[in-house]
Ligand binder design. Structure first.
Ligand code: ATP
Ligand code: FE2
Length: 341
């Protein structure tokens, strides 16, 4: 069973093709995974960089999307009519971008008579992790641009045990980077800068954990104050990372203890960060839990994760009718009925 998936919730448009691994039940095989990202114009020196404009991002996705579909099918060695499903990111995300992905998926589905599947983007970040790493029933630390959640499957749904009360951690990193002239995505550059210094560079910053929930906006603003006060940029990056990641790992540990899950899985673009991986692994192993993190191309937004979740959903409940395929910009992780577990 081969399914093509189209991701288009925000900055990235991605197309992936996956199939179920015939040798390992529950595991996924990625046949193709191609993507392209909208890049806001580079700032003049000394100027803050621009953010993502939803309409411009949607325009970009519509322009490059069809070519990505062709490339993904070529890489997978398939024709559209050979597909057993076409999945798309139905939500949550930026409305104009979601509508482009949904339109492409409906067109492919109707033109080639292939079943359609609308899937939740956050759930897809989790499913691709279990599909590729061998984790079976993990606690997911989902750290991306717009979202920061600690999620686990309990009684038929993915329940959110803790989440950010203000901005996603990636958006916090990106905003801090942007204010310092670094274009989107800022996370990787902050990681490089932070790696230039060590623990002696740690400046205290606001650390906010409320129950199992988190806040990042104040931490990012205070990190900017360090820069404004003349603290070297790498030290500010280091302090921001250590403080924000420590709060993520604290909440994940509490959720592991609460749910008694034995596996910790990372997902979302910020999980590409080697320091976050190191802190999360250390915490998991200290508790006797196993640590799992899929490869970078499926951590950031990508079509393969949409395809894989679509495959699971199609197998369990059949196709999404076109009439039910309207986009859901605000759909929450815990609103999805998980029929395939
Ligand atoms: P969401 O899943 O919430 O819709 P998204 O679509 O913005 O969010 P992803 O593609 O999963 O997100 O992640 C993008 C984010 O990951 C950006 O904020 C980017 O800065 C961050 N990121 C990527 N690589 C790194 C890194 N090495 N360190 C820290 N952050 C990183
Ligand atoms: Fe994402």
């Amino acid at each position: 069973m081969a399914v093509l998936g189209i991701e288009g919730t925000a900055h990235t448009v991605g197309v992936g093709v996956v199939e179920a691994d015939p040798d390992a039940p529950g595991r996924c095989r990625v046949l193709a995974n191609v993507r392209d990202m909208v890049r806001p114009p580079r700032p003049e020196s000394g100027e803050a960089a621009a953010g993502i404009h939803p309409r411009e991002a949607a325009h970009h996705h519509a322009e490059v999307g069809p070519e990505l579909v062709r490339r993904a099918l070529d890489e997978a060695g398939l024709e559209a009519a050979d597909l057993d499903g076409v999945a798309f990111s139905q939500g949550p995300g930026l409305g104009p971008c979601l509508r482009v992905a949904a339109t492409m998926a409906r067109a492919l589905s109707l033109r080639h008579g292939v079943p359609l599947a609308g899937v939740n983007h956050c759930v897809a970040h989790l499913e691709i992790g279990t599909g590729l790493t061998g984790a079976d029933d993990p606690l997911l630390l989902y750290a991306s641009g717009a979202n920061t959640q600690v999620i686990a499957h309990v009684r038929g749904r993915y329940r959110v045990f803790g989440e950010t009360l203000d901005i996603g951690i990636g958006n916090g990193l990106d905003k801090f980077a942007r204010d310092n002239g670094i274009p989107f995505p800022g996370g990787p550059r902050i990681e490089q800068e932070a790696a230039r210094v060590g623990p002696e560079a740690l400046h205290p910053l606001p650390y906010t954990v409320k129950g199992m929930d988190l806040c990042f906006a104040g931490t990012a603003i205070a990190a900017q104050r360090l820069v404004d006060r003349g603290v070297p940029f790498p030290e500010a990056c280091y302090s921001l990372q250590e403080t924000a990641f420590a709060s993520l790992v604290e909440v994940a540990e509490r959720a592991l203890a609460h749910t008694r899950k034995q596996e910790l899985l990372l997902g979302g673009g910020v999980a590409c960060n080697a320091r976050l991986q190191e802190m999360a692994r250390e915490m998991a192993e200290a508790r006797g839990a196993s640590f799992h993190c899929p490869p970078r191309p499926v951590l950031v937004d990508n079509g393969a994760m949409i395809a894989w979740t679509g495959l699971l959903k199609l197998r369990a409940e059949g196709p999404t009718a076109v009439a039910d395929s309207a986009v859901r910009p605000y759909e929450r992780t815990d609103a999805v009925e998980v029929t395939w577990r």
